[in-house]
Ligand binder design. Structure first.
Ligand code: NDP
Length: 386
């Protein structure tokens, strides 16, 4: 197998760092040809100085001089949102890893597909928002969309091309830090408590999403689009140890699962090297040290994110984009100390209730719904009690 030439969008984030670890671990199979970040010029320069990609991109144009000063060599430098789309289309790249938090990865992802690049998608928000469009464009261009999210990567590994025989997809969820907390205590949850994930070390937005279970809700819709499976076949089970990353039940009643320690290097490497499996230095499971693997039904009443996501996914159209945007606003308001933890669900639900979904929306309608939801959710957050 030749070396995969990869563009990493979101190189300074938690997924980006893991992707760079993978490149260091198997350099004979992975070459990072470009890296992008939003505004962290120093961290981007440090990573670039080590791995020497031919191009770098910083969205924040005001920090380009910091980037230039910190670089120890002369890569091509791109900037702004247009720069993200340009490096996603580099002729030297085989694949673009989209690991930008939120929805800013959507346009570069579509540009990469248009340029015939395979996508490795960590940014679940873009599939929730515009999964129909992304998957259709990818089919038409004949490019692969490879899941990086550990759950979807697990499903991808279990399926191995057998999509038509699926009876159920079962996404595992750690349950987050409040899995056992009684509902009356939710009002007093602080951002420090919510930012402590029991099993995964991730960026702040996804860590809060894991605490509310919106992360799993987003993943239900992501699975629906990635694997072409109806929402009613996508289920969730709580698995606090985060060792079984997801399961697929087939038509004959057999269930396959994928297991590994909770380290994002596993799914990132598989997405990059697929269809090959490449030897690495990651630790395999030591079954003598795994005390137990537990599975529980989620507390649907106490964590309304799962039902809201099911409703959004089943309704389709612009409603998933609205749910996603409202959630982003609500999470930011919670992290800013403006609203309480349970308000995140309330802000999202109220925003969804005010929306009239447009079926089979085009990109323009989706972006308009996203913007509308941000404004409505911001208004609702301002009137929510602290
Ligand atoms: P982080 O917050 O750790 O990193 C976000 C990255 O995106 C940074 O490189 C940041 O740059 C960049 N970025 C932020 N805004 C923009 C923008 N407007 N334009 C360009 N780049 C931007 O996030 P994570 O790595 O945790 O998550 C990234 C995505 O991967 C999310 O969609 C998340 O849901 C998904 N994911 C994450 C997992 C994890 O383990 N962390 C697991 C599965 C999925 P800068 O540093 O300059 O701000």
């Amino acid at each position: 197998m030749k070396r995969k030439r990869v563009v990493v969008l979101g190189a300074t984030g938690s997924i980006g760092e893991s992707a760079l670890k993978v490149a260091r671990d198997i350099p004979e199979r992975v070459e990072i040809v470009a890296m992008a970040a939003n505004s962290n010029a120093e961290k981007l320069a440090a990573a670039a100085n080590e791995l020497r990609p031919e191009s770098v991109c910083l969205v924040d144009k005001g920090k380009i001089d910091i980037l230039e000063r910190a670089l120890a060599y002369q890569p091509r430098i791109f900037c702004g949102e247009e720069g993200l789309c340009e490096i996603a289309c580099l002729t030297s790249a085989d694949m673009v890893l989209v690991a930008i938090v939120g929805t800013a990865g959507l346009r570069p992802a579509l540009a990469a597909i248009e340029a015939g690049k395979d996508l490795a998608v960590a940014s679940k928000e873009i599939l929730v928002m515009a999964g129909e469009i992304v998957m259709r464009e990818a089919r038409e261009k004949g490019v692969h969309v490879l899941p990086v999210d550990s759950e979807h990567n697990a499903i991808f590994q279990c399926l191995d091309g057998r999509a038509s025989e699926i009876r159920r997809i079962i996404l595992t969820a750690s349950g987050g830090p409040f899995r056992e907390m009684p509902r009356p205590k939710f009002d007093s949850i602080t951002s420090e408590q919510a930012l402590k994930h029991p099993t995964w070390n991730m960026g702040p937005k996804i860590t809060i999403d894991s605490a509310t279970l919106f992360n799993k809700g987003l993943e239900m819709i992501e699975a629906h689009w990635l694997f072409g499976v109806e929402m009613k076949r996508v289920e969730v089970v709580i698995h606090p140890q985060s060792i079984v990353h997801s399961l697929v039940e087939f038509a004959d009643g057999s269930t396959l699962a994928q297991l590994s320690y909770s380290d994002m290097c596993f799914p990132i490497q598989y997405a990059i090297t697929w269809p090959e499996r490449v030897a690495n230095t990651l630790p395999p499971l030591d079954f003598s040290k795994l005390a137990k693997l537990e599975f529980f039904t989620p507390r649907y009443e106490d964590f309304p994110a799962l039902s809201l996501a099911r409703r959004a996914g089943e309704t389709g159209g612009t409603l998933p984009a609205v749910m996603n945007a409202a959630n982003e606003i609500a999470v930011a308001a919670f992290l800013d100390g403006q609203v309480r933890f349970p308000s995140i669900w309330q802000i999202v639900e109220r925003t969804m209730n005010e929306h009239a979904s447009v079926a089979h929306a085009d990109l323009e309608a989706i972006l308009a719904a996203d913007q509308w939801a941000r404004e409505v959710a911001t208004r609702i957050a301002k009137t929510s009690h602290r």
